[in-house]
Design a protein around this ligand. Sequence first.
Ligand SMILES: Nc1ncnc2c1ncn2[C@@H]1O[C@H](COP(=O)(O)OP(=O)(O)OP(=O)(O)O)[C@@H](O)[C@H]1O
Ligand SMILES: [Mg+2]
Length: 495
Amino acid sequence: VNIVEAVLDRKLLGAAFRDLESWSAWLAFLRAVFALPMSAGDLAAFTRHTGRSSAPAVQAREAWLVVGRRGGKSRVSALVAVFLAAFRDYGSVLAPGERGVVMCLAQDRRQAAVILRYVRGMLEASKLLAGMVTRETKDGVDLSNGVSIEVHTANFRHVRGYTVVAAICDEIAFWWDEGSANPDVEILNGIRPSMATVPGSLLLCISSPYARRGELYRNYREHFGKDGDRVLVWQADTRSMNPLVSENIIADAYERDPSSAAAEYGAQFRSDIESFVSLESLEALVVPDRRSLPPVPGVSYRAFCDPSGGSGDSFTLAVAHLEGDRAVLDLALERRPPFSPEAVVEEFAAVLSQYRIASVTGDRYGGEFPRELFSKRGIYYEPSEKAKSDLYRELLPLLNAAKVELLDDRRLLTQLAGLERRTARGGKDSIDHAPSARDDVANSVAGALVRAAGAGVMPNAIPTEVSPLLRSRWDMRPDGGGSREPGREIFRKSW
Ligand SMILES: Nc1ncnc2c1ncn2[C@@H]1O[C@H](COP(=O)(O)OP(=O)(O)OP(=O)(O)O)[C@@H](O)[C@H]1O
Ligand SMILES: [Mg+2]
């Protein structure tokens, strides 16, 4: 039974589909991937979505789909997973006791759960298929033919060591891993060798498009429109694949934000998003093995923090100083949720006083609580005048001119390299993390470095809001008002 026959058979995969009429573009796609005979209609869809003119004669080794939101990507991922697990005989490939795995990879647990539900739904809908299930686990199902379907989050540390009969990657354009700047490349590098021993294995990557970078874009550039290529690329807007999605919803989306809608529904790669800074250029600024620098007498330090309430985002703090014309990063701390904001402020305040810092600038969307908590501990907390985007923009010339020394901190580099610049229509570019990525550490580090670089310019107004504790120290200043910056002179005496 081939995959299309299985889908058309109500006792097999077809049991999970109410009406197949709206799935015709997907059937054309499946015929193309598995080199099955095509009708004139299939061939027309194939030509439109692959830029090719002749139907494939052999099964694709890899298929890359660039398809709009709600187009049926996850459902078809599950369908192909079940087909390759249940309908093929891997008896000659698997040693006794060895399990073959159809590995479904998704950005996060939620997406992985969506696919697993589709997989279970397809197996349960058909009596014949349900009978093959020998065990259900948290992450998948074992079938009686020695093959398991497993759903994982996209983490390159977890993909090695299996015999992979097929790998299915959902939303690969949005993969993000805090330990890796190129998780898509690394995961695929980990998986491809696991499939090498399996004849007829398939790598299927399905995603809506995003920026013009990453493996989805690279494969699109290299393999779209090439007849006879065993890497098949299929690009289609939402309604071409799923005509049931309402035209109005899509029209509304285009009206709200045309660049975003052209990607989300039109399946076009975005041209308004670029990488902010490359990993290579950042690596050149790292002092190898330098994790942090201790406070040095006589040096004046600057600090920046990105507060968080204890759930969701991390609470971060960075310390930097100016050395000649270079901004040197001394410390980058991150406390990940869950935590008590009070305890983290306590800890960070102690760190700040080690560096003789009495005033910390914080992300301006941090809310009111950090000011209160810091001031209780004698630290003046000042919301940043500059938005995050401005800090990154000011950091860039320092990075480009190599006027920065960074710590050897993988997470920091990954976050900085993961930043993207978005050209706005008729406005300033904005710089922020990619969807599903983070930048809590990068934010604080950019703030501290930019503050340190600008340290020659002292603010000369005494802040109006100073905590009573700080006020008392302020009044004890030995210099009688020479430098106006809180923190610098106040502590001269005690340190
Ligand atoms: N061609 C189609 N005909 C009928 N229903 C479809 C079709 N394609 C998708 N659907 C339905 O649309 C819903 C979304 O499908 P699915 O989750 O596979 O889409 P997706 O492309 O992964 O969406 P997202 O971009 O949100 O991840 C499901 O209920 C699915 O059954
Ligand atoms: Mg999906």
